[in-house]
Design a binder for this molecule. Sequence first.
Ligand code: 13P
Ligand code: SF4
Length: 305
Amino acid sequence: MENNSQLVNKINQLKEQRNAIILSHYYQRPEIQEVADFVGDSLELAKKAAVTEAEVIVFCGVHFMAESAKILSPDKIVLLPDLQAGCPMADMVDLESLKAKKAQMPGAVVVCYVNTSAEVKSESDIACTSANAVKIIDSIPKDQPILFIPDKNLGSYVAAKANRDNVTVWQGFCNTHDQLTKSQLLRVKEEHPQGVVLVHPECRPDIVEMADVVASTAGMLKYAEESQDKEFIVCTEVGILHQFKKRCPEKKFHIASEKMFCPNMKKTTLEKVYNALLAMEPRINVSEDIRKKALKSLELMIKIV
Ligand code: 13P
Ligand code: SF4
């Protein structure tokens, strides 16, 4: 068994040989964030994938993120080190059920959270991430009904923020975020009364109500870096603590619950990254027909934000 630094050296060598870039989400293991060329939230990662000059993208995240990279950069080889790294929330909406719902709502604009499959994106009008969802909703004429898929928590948050009562919200959710309860958060607030409460909008509405700041993962990091405050309570996946501590070593961060852990995000290991670069597998592919349609919803989003 090799140690991490040996593996990192081998990954870096192979990365150069393959002209590859390693992209990582903030929820990845610390050692993966460290080996990555770029760490970001869903929006930043999609944008980076769209403009990179590397020939190979090693995507350290979950399946829908790697698929978005392939949709935006079809000529690149996109590797997902563990094909089983999916997103249970993205699986809560499929093509057939979306088509059925659309048939019941003729004229509705379908806004899909980026946490969806390529097929589902291909049946949607515009994509969004947690960083830009309110702006995307605001870009749609007020009198036009919206179907927001699949996250009920993000959907109800953005409908309220954009002050719209014509948003129909799909009933999906992220178990990692949705399991956080008000009583758990109250307990952590009692232990750390000075803590500024940072909440990801995938959390339940009663948690969002208790937030000092509601933001995407990148938004939370930016806030903590720029703020005068010294202590924070973090309501999102625990992997982000690595970036908080790295960027603000003098500040204190408390996770709202140790259960805020995404097992899929943790499936990527250094060994799997190395094996993926060595074998140039597993690759993400999207059929050209689906890709072209899904691209429209992603490109429209990137144009707006
Ligand atoms: P962001 O990084 O875009 O805030 O998304 C969080 C998430 O749950 C990704 O799966
Ligand atoms: Fe999906 Fe939630 Fe994991 Fe993000 S944290 S990948 S939304 S299950």
